[in-house]
Design a protein around this ligand. Structure first.
Ligand SMILES: [Zn+2]
Length: 575
């Protein structure tokens, strides 16, 4: 039906099998025959340059007809008809929606049509005219609308099942006028999956958005290639949930759909340790999570796993069992006992920060801990400040390039927290910065010196192994194998967090530096805490790339990956 993998004329895709089934079910609350409007009177819809008159349609041209059951004359008012004339599809619809159930029926109808890969030409019509057409054909025009929907679902499921098998984090559906392609992001890198016929893939996507979204998770009632939309889709049979975002490109109906795969980890968030936090860092963070006040701010680029860290922290908070905790999540991944979890309200007006709105609501609801990402404007900053200063506990995210840079960001004009507040003891319980780094496949990793291209990388070797630099043991450093093996993708078997965790607490020297905008001094204060070598796991005083270096020293990470994500080792200061 969708003609995947083969070129075909877009117009050859039918909205549904033209199966004509006599409508044997008596219409609910059917009007008595005597109440039928005179079908001999010519309907008023006139032909225009762009669409045929309704009354000229033949039974064969009418491929779908809905709204024809007329629940009762009082709520009658919506009727819809899809016609295939020549090489065009026309959707005739009445504009009035007098009752909610009629609107729902319309939305279902639309999604069936769109799900069949058709983008019909819309024609406003009078409900009575549509009804007249239906009555002319004696209600016998019908279709097996579910067949194409089921086919679309099956195609989508197969794509997602492949993605899960290949450990994909995000599936990108790229739909252009003349091409359609599915891309997979695997361990941080984009790889091409398959080519599709554009209209077919568009049809599959609209069917999935319209028919498979989780209840109330959809920002818009039906799929559109020209409006950004959002929903979640659960595929319990694959033990996965998808966070769906439609990204219209604004021309030629080109669009992307990006689905983040959210898998279940035995029904609870990953622990800090599982995420990749080293024991000394996990300990500091657990302490901060168990302290019922102060703010934990987690920074990192998009896709660095910040929300996973927040979930893990909230899980720790919830173990206490004597507190009232609230979250606003995007979406809710793991139900947590003892936590009132809410979802970002995507279908509200896009004005303002939805997290700020939620935080304000929670503040009026006797909270202990509030988890809400992200602080990005004065509105969210103000409510975050209120939460912490009134003695509550806040877990949140922020965009900043390092843990220490969080201070500058919070005090920036965009966000506007006062430096006096930031310098208050216990206001900041932890500043965190994290990055995800590819993990070496243990089955095929290659010793650093055995790979041709690294054999000659004297500069990298000098930094890694030099006594005055990181002084790692060359024998325990590995790199990715070029082609990978059956256990991995290009030598990578996963992602791990490399982080820095700074707990200002009552470090008055650091707090004074915050207050006086001397961030370099604050950083020096933190850096002076380092006592461990770079091949030792203790991370006090270390930065995220140095947590990465420890993992390099253990043969867990490729030093070239750490360097490419955090910057040239030659430019890094060592304290
Ligand atoms: Zn491998």
């Amino acid at each position: 039906m969708f003609g995947l993998f083969k070129k075909e004329e877009p117009r050859t895709i039918k909205p549904a099998a033209k199966k004509v089934v006599p409508n044997s079910r008596p219409p609910q609350g059917a009007r008595p025959a005597s109440a039928k409007p005179a079908t001999t009177a010519a309907p008023v819809t006139r032909a225009t340059a762009s669409h045929p008159p309704l009354d000229s349609l033949t039974k064969e041209q009418v491929s779908s007809l809905r709204g024809g059951e007329f629940p009762s004359p009082s709520i009658f008012g919506s009727a819809y008809l899809l016609a295939n004339v020549g090489d065009k599809y026309f959707e005739f619809s009445a504009s009035a929606f007098p009752a909610d159930n009629q609107r729902t029926a319309y939305m279902q109808y639309r999604s069936e049509v769109l799900g069949a890969g058709v983008m019909p030409i819309k024609v406003p019509a009078e409900a009575a005219d549509i009804r007249a057409v239906m009555e002319k054909f004696d209600g016998s025009v019908n279709q097996d609308a579910d067949a194409p929907i089921e086919e679309a679902k099956a195609i989508f499921r197969e794509i997602i099942a492949t993605a899960i098998k290949e450990k994909v984090s995000d599936v990108h559906f790229i739909v252009r006028k003349d091409s359609a392609i599915v891309l997979f992001r695997i361990w941080g890198e984009i790889t091409k999956s398959k080519q599709y016929e554009p209209r077919s893939l568009a049809g599959v996507l609209s069917a999935v958005y319209n028919k498979m979204h989780d209840a109330r998770s959809n920002s818009d009632a039906s799929f559109s290639a020209i409006m950004p939309s959002y929903c979640t889709v659960s595929l319990p049979e694959l033990a996965i949930k998808l966070r769906w975002q439609t990204v219209p490109l604004g021309y030629d109906d080109n669009f992307d759909v990006v689905c983040r795969l959210i898998s279940k980890n035995n029904g609870k968030p990953m622990s800090l340790d599982q995420l990749g936090y080293l024991p000394s860092q996990a300990q500091l963070l657990e302490m901060a999570a168990r302290t019922p006040k102060g703010g934990i701010f987690v920074a990192g680029v998009t896709g660095s796993g910040k929300s996973k860290t927040l979930q893990s922290l909230m899980w720790i908070v919830a173990q206490d069992g004597t507190k009232k905790n609230y979250t606003v999540e995007d979406p809710i991944e793991y139900p947590m006992f003892g936590v009132s979890q809410t979802m970002v309200q995507r279908n509200e007006s896009t004005d303002g920060n939805p997290f700020a709105k939620a935080m304000k609501t929670f503040m009026r609801a006797d909270p202990d801990t509030i988890m809400a990402g992200e602080i990005r404007d004065t509105d969210s900053a103000q409510v975050a400040e209120d939460i912490v200063r009134s003695g509550h506990h806040l877990l949140t995210t922020i965009h900043a390039a390092s843990a220490m840079a969080i201070i500058g960001r919070l005090a920036s004009r965009d966000i506007g927290m006062s430096r006096d507040t930031l310098a208050e003891p216990d206001f900041l319980s932890a500043l965190v910065y994290q990055h995800l780094v590819p993990v070496l496949c243990k089955h095929c990793k290659v010793p650093f010196y055995e790979l041709d291209e690294t054999r000659n990388d004297e500069r990298l070797a000098a930094h890694l192994f030099g006594e005055n630099r990181y002084a790692l043991d060359p024998g325990s450093v590995y790199v990715r194998s070029k082609d990978g093996c059956p256990h991995c993708v290009k030598g990578v078997s996963g992602l791990t967090v490399c982080a820095e965790v700074i707990t200002p607490g009552k470090d008055y020297e650091m707090l004074r530096a915050f207050k006086e905008a001397r961030i370099a001094d604050a950083l020096m204060t933190y850096r002076s805490r380092r006592h461990a070598r770079f091949d030792e796991p203790d991370c006090d005083g270390k930065l995220a790339h140095e947590a990465g270096l420890y993992k390099v020293s253990q043969g867990i990470l490729d030093p070239r990956d750490v360097q490419s994500l955090f910057g040239d080792f030659g430019l890094m200061d060592i304290y």
